[in-house]
Structures are given as structure tokens and as C-alpha cells.
Design a binder for this molecule. Structure first.
Ligand code: ZN
Length: 416
């Protein structure tokens, strides 16, 4: 058993504790308490970091915030080799066109460059305090590196095809997933998006995921205005692009509704669904997601980069829907530091309580990925995958400070 004291312990599921103490036993959190509580000798203790404080047996971590490791609910680690190669765009289809042109023919390839960049991306995630991811993949390239780095999470094998008339691709790709599953990482499926995936495939994936051991599904939804136009009117840049590449379907019926209504109509969204982006969602769509109990994953920096514009973060929270956070891939964001995402969210939604935003990057993400019994808050029985964030000498509000843009140089894992 080791006990640690930090200037601030931020459990996430309750208010921060000044000079709080966390007891760790065998890599698990045994207790969390106020200073002095449960000990013989109360007091502030020594402020020298890393040394035993006056309370016997307690290691003082110094002027840091101790908080649970972060959960990045939306990454594409296999795209890390594209860092800096897909410039920001004014329109989403413009960004997609560049991405597709660069990736053409390599989507399923696991080259040494791809693997090297996945390893580097995982190191970057770790260095910025992330301990779990919801990762989207076409190649399953990140599975082995995640296992090697002991990074928790769910890997979503993304399937798509606007002209697919059934779910045959699910069976056809099953051997890939079975082979990857030997690494012990949970693998599920992700239908890509309404402009790239047929209703038949959406429904088949929904059925397969619901019947699986990991019934969590992730889908890109409501990202761009172009997607909304296609669904509402059957026109616009997405239709043009699908026609240009020969993927349009003449029997495609215009849904004449918004993205949430569209997938809801076909039973695709449930309480174990991660709905990613939602930039275009109106209040009716948000209310429906709340009612279903789905999780909405906000990726504001990526949304801006790809030309979709910033998401309505304040309306997201006001709706009461569960909000998680993701960086998205290095093809649409400058780094994988989730604290930078939180800074952007705070800037977009200055009135949302700081703890709600921190909760999105920890507990809500952990719940969405089925990891809440191990991660997401500092509570007895959970894994001690905690991080220490160096604090300034003068501090008004520790939770607010954690939204101000924390850099990797300030972050250390708790080596329990
Ligand atoms: Zn994505």
C-alpha cells in the first residue's frame, strides 16, 4: 500500500480535495480521503515533492493536480503518418478529397511507416496524459502497438460502401478482426457515415455489433453541412462526389430528414453508440440522443480543420446528452493532446462548469467505451492510472486551470 498526497486531488466525480490523499494498493485505488482523515497526524505535510510528508507513510507529490488519466474517445491512429500532409480546408468535401487522394490504395496496408507513426502517436497520447482511446481503423494497424504500449480502449473496424446491398463485407472481413483480437484488445465495428454507407450495411453492422461481446458502435454523424444537404434534399457536393467516383445509387431514396433521425429510423443508434461530431445537430436531434442515452463525441479542433466549423459545445451540454471528447486523427488536428481539445471547448463554451468538461475527457469517455469500472475517476477499486499536472504557484480554481491548455512538459504519470 502506498499513499500519495497532492496539492489538489481531482476525483472528477466530486469536488477537488485540497491536499487530498490517494491510497494505492497493487495498482488499484484503495481509498481517497481528505488530509489527515484516517491518519494519526493531520497537517499539510512537507511540500517537497517526492518525499515523505509529516503524515507517516505518505509520499508527497508536491504542487500538482492528481487526476484520472484521460480518455480520447475518437482517434484514427493509423492515419498518424498523414500528420501535416492534409491541409485545413474551407469545405469538408475538399478535405476528404485530399485525404482520399493521398491514401488511395493504401487504406488496408500496414507499412513500416504506418506502424512507426502509430507507435509515435501512442507515445504522444501517453505524454499528454491519455490512458485509453476509441480508435477507428480500416487496417487494424493500431491493435498490436496498443497492446505493446498497454493502452486501453476499443478499436472500431470501420466498414463502408454506399452501394453495398447487404452486410456481406462484415463476414468477409471477420478473419482480419479475429486475427487482431488475439492481442486481447476489444474490437467492434463502425459504419463510416451516412454519405458513404448504405442503409443495408448500417443495419447489418447494427445487428452484428448488438450480438457481439463488445456491443459498442461508433459512427461519424452530423459533421458537415454537405451531409445534411444530402440527407435532406439528396443534392450537393456529396452527391456530386459519389456520382463522380461512380458510387452513386439510383435507387437511393432521399431520407428527407436530419442525420440523427435518419439513423434512428433504422434503429442504428442505442445507448452503447458513440455518435461522433454532431456539428450540425439541432436541439431536437440532441434531445433524441439524450433520450436514447447515446454518447456524443465532440472533436472541435478537427471540425474546424476539415471545414465543418466549430460545434455548438454550449448547446451540446445544455441538451443534457452525454458528451465525450476526441482529437480525431493527425490528418485533421495538430497534436493528440486532449488538454488542447479541452481548452478549445472551454473557449467555445465559457459558461459550462469546468468539471462537466473534465468529466467529458475522463468519466464520460470511459463509460462510453465500457471502461468505467477501471478508469475515468479516482474511486476505490479503479486502476491507479492517474496523472500529475504541475500547477502554478498561484491558483484560483484547479479545475478551470486544467482547461487552460496543459502541455506535456507539465504532465507525469503517477508511478504507483
Ligand atoms: Zn473520425
Amino acid at each position: 500500500m502506498t499513499a500519495y498526497r497532492a496539492a489538489w486531488v481531482c476525483p472528477i466525480d466530486r469536488a477537488p480535495i485540497k491536499n487530498g490523499v490517494v491510497e494505492v494498493d497493487g495498482g488499484q485505488i484503495a481509498a481517497i480521503r481528505e488530509p489527515g482523515a484516517g491518519s494519526r497526524e493531520p497537517g499539510a505535510g512537507s511540500r517537497e515533492p517526492g518525499v515523505e510528508s509529516r503524515e507517516p507513510g505518505i509520499t508527497d507529490l508536491g504542487n500538482v493536480a492528481l487526476l484520472p488519466g484521460l480518455v480520447n474517445a475518437h482517434t484514427h491512429l493509423e492515419l498518424s503518418w498523414l500528420r501535416g500532409r492534409v491541409p485545413p480546408a474551407n469545405q469538408f468535401t475538399e478535405w476528404v478529397t485530399t485525404l482520399v487522394a493521398i491514401r488511395r490504395g493504401t487504406e488496408q496496408l500496414i507499412t513500416p511507416e504506418v506502424v512507426t507513426c502509430v507507435h509515435a502517436a501512442i507515445r504522444e497520447l501517453r505524454a499528454s496524459g491519455t490512458v485509453a482511446v476509441g480508435d477507428i481503423t480500416n487496417s487494424l494497424a493500431a491493435v498490436e502497438p496498443m497492446k505493446a504500449a498497454n493502452l486501453s480502449g476499443v478499436v472500431f473496424h470501420e466498414l463502408l460502401g454506399f452501394q453495398e446491398r447487404d452486410g456481406a463485407v462484415i463476414e468477409a472481413t471477420r478473419p482480419m478482426r479475429d486475427a487482431a483480437a488475439r492481442h486481447g484488445i476489444r474490437i467492434s465495428l463502425a459504419p463510416h457515415a451516412p454519405y458513404s454507407t448504405s442503409v443495408e450495411l448500417f443495419k447489418a453492422i447494427r445487428g452484428a455489433v448488438s450480438a457481439s461481446e463488445c456491443p459498442i458502435l461508433s459512427v461519424h454523424l452530423g459533421e458537415s453541412m454537405e451531409e445534411v444537404e444530402l440527407l435532406e434534399k439528396g443534392t450537393g457536393p456529396w452527391r456530386d462526389m459519389l456520382e463522380t467516383i461512380g458510387k452513386w445509387r439510383d435507387d437511393w431514396g432521399v431520407p428527407a430528414c436530419g442525420p440523427v433521425q435518419f439513423l434512428d429510423r433504422h434503429g442504428v443508434i442505442d445507448a452503447r453508440t458513440l455518435v461522433v461530431h454532431g456539428v450540425q445537430f439541432d436541439d431536437v436531434a440532441l434531445a433524441r440522443l439524450r433520450q436514447i442515452g447515446a454518447t456524443l463525441v465532440a472533436c472541435p479542433r478537427s471540425n474546424r480543420w476539415v471545414g465543418a466549423g466549430y460545434p455548438p459545445i454550449d448547446r451540446f451540454y445544455a441538451s443534457g446528452v452525454a458528451i465525450a471528447v476526441g482529437t480525431d486523427s493527425l490528418a485533421s488536428v495538430e497534436d493528440l493532446n486532449l488538454f488542447s481539445e479541452l481548452k478549445t471547448m472551454r473557449w467555445l463554451a465559457p459558461k459550462v462548469p469546468a468539471r462537466k468538461i473534465l468529466e467529458s475527457a475522463t468519466l464520460v469517455g470511459a463509460k462510453a467505451l465500457g471502461l468505467e469500472s477501471d478508469l475515468g475517476s479516482i474511486a476505490p477499486g479503479k486502476r491507479a492510472e492517474l496523472i500529475c499536472v504541475q500547477l502554478p504557484a498561484v491558483l484560483d480554481d484547479v479545475e478551470e486551470y486544467l482547461l487552460s491548455g496543459i502541455e506535456p512538459a507539465q504532465i507525469q504519470p503517477l508511478n504507483s
